[in-house]
Design a protein around this ligand. Structure first.
Ligand code: PHE
Length: 456
């Protein structure tokens, strides 16, 4: 038993124990910390706004709780069974071509964190804006202009993008338990509370009712292939699955944890924060007369207007953006951790070198992404700017594709061991085991393929 916890590490052929999460709640909070991020508060509301509100919400929830949850469980299992980075895990458990799935994950981490850090930088900038009283003289429309002026600036967003990346690197250098677990324990409860406060204001704004209807009354005629595709991509992005982040986090687990319940917890926390964010933002969008299809700026335009219009807004606004920045940070950390765990496990780099090296590369890829929203707007490929291209490539292609292979792997090539892993050798009950296996073998691969193909 003890030997299982022991791994070969570093260039010295020495036996050192692999770090692991300090407790069950610590692990769940860290996994939820990875899942809850800009995907919930920045991306989900504008996607719901763009793709028809309630119909999108229901599709997203349905996909998250079937395919999403199943793939997440697969990832935890692969990670814990192998106790390795995604590439090493597939190599150790099966070999053959399977490590390619891990490589795709590492590639996805580079693609995602490059643009994610740009948006993470926006949250940092907004903390300062909110502290220095940008709300005081802002009408809703002016606050909207403030956002576009900021992201289109060639210099300022890059500065904050760099700052966000340095923060991410610093947490990752600190290591798995200490850095990540501690932050998540404070973050999630605080985030819940402030979202509830915002909810109270948003829902009582005059004109909010239209937004509530938009978000909660489904009109399934709006559900086209593009909306379906967006809902699936969002489920993957928001749950941090399809690229090995949860394999990586699972690799730092000890054997006792009941993985199916951890999966349900993580999925529920993540989707409920997305749901609440939508319920804050869409009613406010309608109340202030913004366009729900406004796109990536929606959260950054709408929320300042809500804060400007509420008692104590000047206090809550910076507080909210601090929490959003931390939520983004705990997700960014899990993205960087995928690459760093790989470089440490397989390439014998130190944690510090690995984090600075990969983080710097991501920073440089992020520069053209940021510029593509402003001065380089006219340069497009397939009709998309570089920022949108990175987003599309990762969420709509790499993650779902990764999900197909992860589900196939567990369903067809690792099923017996996976069931043992899920129940810790029959110590725990797992009543949905057969349903889960069926999803992994058939539903997930077929449904994802179908949605991907129809979205093209
Ligand atoms: N789930 C994170 C969010 O919603 C983003 C993320 C995607 C993190 C993939 C890790 C892996 O913000």
């Amino acid at each position: 038993m003890l030997l299982r916890r022991v791994e070969k590490r570093g260039s010295v052929d020495m036996l050192t124990p692999r770090e692991h999460w300090s407790s069950r709640s610590g692990f769940i909070l860290a996994a939820a910390g990875s899942a809850v991020g800009l995907g919930n508060i920045w991306k989900f509301p504008y996607l719901a706004g763009k793709h028809g509100g309630a119909a999108f919400l229901i599709t997203y929830l349905a996909l998250a709780f079937t395919i999403g949850l199943s793939v997440m469980l697969c990832e935890f299992i692969i990670g814990r069974a192998a106790r390795k980075d995604p590439i090493g895990a597939f190599a150790k458990l099966k070999g053959g071509l399977w490590p390619i799935v891990g490589f795709m994950g590492i590639a996805a981490a580079f693609v995602i964190l490059s643009f994610y850090s740009v948006v993470g930088g926006w949250t940092l900038a907004y903390i300062i804006k909110m502290l220095t009283g940008a709300l005081d003289n802002g009408s809703a429309q002016e606050l909207g202009k403030m956002f576009s002026n900021f992201i289109e600036d060639p210099i300022r967003p890059l500065f904050f993008h760099g700052a966000f990346m340095i923060l991410t690197i610093s947490v990752v250098v600190g290591g798995i338990g200490k850095g990540i677990e501690r932050w998540c324990k404070i973050l999630l409860p605080a985030l819940f509370v402030i979202i509830l406060i915002l909810l109270a204001r948003s829902l009582t704004l005059p004109g909010a009712m239209k937004g509530i209807e938009y978000f909660l009354q489904p009109d399934f005629s709006k559900l086209d292939a593009a909306a379906f595709n967006a809902a699936l991509s969002q489920a993957f992005f928001s749950l941090s699955i399809g690229m090995g982040a949860m394999i990586t986090y699972g690799s730092y687990l000890d054997r006792k944890m009941h993985l199916p319940s951890a999966t349900v917890w993580t999925t529920s926390l993540d989707t409920s924060i997305a749901f609440l964010a939508g319920l804050v933002i869409l009613p406010a969008v309608f109340a202030f007369g913004f366009d729900p299809k406004a796109g990536p700026g929606l959260t950054f335009i709408t929320l300042p207007a809500v804060f400007a219009d509420m008692p104590g807004g000047a206090v809550f606004a910076p507080m909210f953006f601090v929490l959003l920045a931390i939520a983004a940070l705990t997700s960014a950390v899990s993205l960087l951790e995928v690459v760093v765990t790989y470089l440490v496990d397989e390439k014998n780099l130190t944690r510090k070198t690995a984090a600075w090296l990969s983080g710097s590369i991501m920073f440089f890829i992020g520069i053209p992404a940021s510029l593509s929203l402003g001065v380089w707007k006219e340069y497009t490929l397939f009709g998309k700017g570089f920022f949108d291209l990175l987003d599309y490539l990762s969420s709509n292609l790499l993650l779902p594709l990764g999900g197909i292979f992860i589900a196939l792997f567990v369903g067809w090539f690792f099923s017996e061991k996976a069931l043992e892993e899920a129940t810790a050798n029959n110590q725990h009950s797992f009543p949905f085991a057969q349903v889960w296996m069926f999803i992994c073998r058939f539903i997930a691969p077929l449904a994802i393929t179908w949605i991907l193909v129809s979205g093209l």
